[in-house]
Write a protein that binds this ligand. Structure first.
Ligand code: NI
Length: 226
């Protein structure tokens, strides 16, 4: 499933992140690539051990931990520390798959990449091209969101970033190991959660709401690895 999450960062947070990121030393994006994606990838990244990447990435992870929509959609068990990339004119990332397992360089911790996430840090009007294009069993989706918004999608999908023809695309990207490994099960939980949330304002006292919430937790109990 593909879930867009608005306003993960406020405008002020985005401005602060951008200012910090501009001070950092950017390198060729292939520092994190496997063999296949090295041929496909043309962008710049901050190194994993960059102090700025750690600081801004840490702030993003703290925000996400308290973001109800992110938590409900991803059911996160581990979040890989966010990395940062930027694409200038003529740069792109051709079709590729993300590695199934990623190891954090310093801690050695490994996570299974169930979900991929992109947090947009430039506004759509500031660049042309740069759409994130995701292919899944329901077809092809093009995503280009306002700064501060995030998209979550199955890491199992083929995806690419189209060539930039004007301006600069700046973003954070990371992976999530979910408590619920299976995308279909996670989707059912998300749909049920959203239906329950939809009943909350005016049907908060309806006895069926408690029943549905019970079903939600019993499914999560059945499927979650914690
Ligand atoms: Ni990717």
């Amino acid at each position: 499933m593909l879930v867009e999450i608005a306003d993960v960062l406020s405008r002020d947070d985005v401005t602060r992140c951008r200012q910090r990121l501009l001070t950092a030393a950017w390198v060729d994006g292939n520092v994190t690539s496997g063999h296949q994606s090295a041929r496909a990838k043309h962008n710049q990244q901050l190194p994993e051990d960059s102090a700025v990447a750690r600081e801004v990435g840490g702030a993003i992870v703290r925000v996400l931990a308290n973001h109800p929509r992110f938590v409900a959609a991803a059911l996160p068990r581990h979040v890989f520390p966010p990395l940062f990339n930027r694409y200038g004119v003529g740069q792109q990332f051709r079709a590729h798959v993300d590695n199934a397992v990623r190891q954090h360089r310093e801690s050695g911790a490994r996570i299974r990449t169930d979900l991929s996430a992109t947090l947009f840090l430039a506004d759509p009007e500031d660049y042309d091209g740069g759409e994130l294009v995701i292919e899944d069993s329901f077809g092809t989706h093009q995503v280009k969101l306002p700064a501060g918004h995030l998209v979550l999608y199955p890491a199992s999908s083929l995806h690419h970033v189209t060539e930039i023809t004007r301006g600069q695309r700046l973003g954070a990207f990371f992976w999530v190991q979910s408590m619920v490994r299976d995308d279909g099960q996670r989707r059912l939980l998300w749909d049920l959660d959203q239906a329950i949330q939809g009943l909350q304002p005016d049907k908060a006292d309806h006895p069926s709401l408690l029943g549905l919430t019970n079903v939600y937790h019993n499914l999560l109990r059945r499927w979650a690895d914690v």
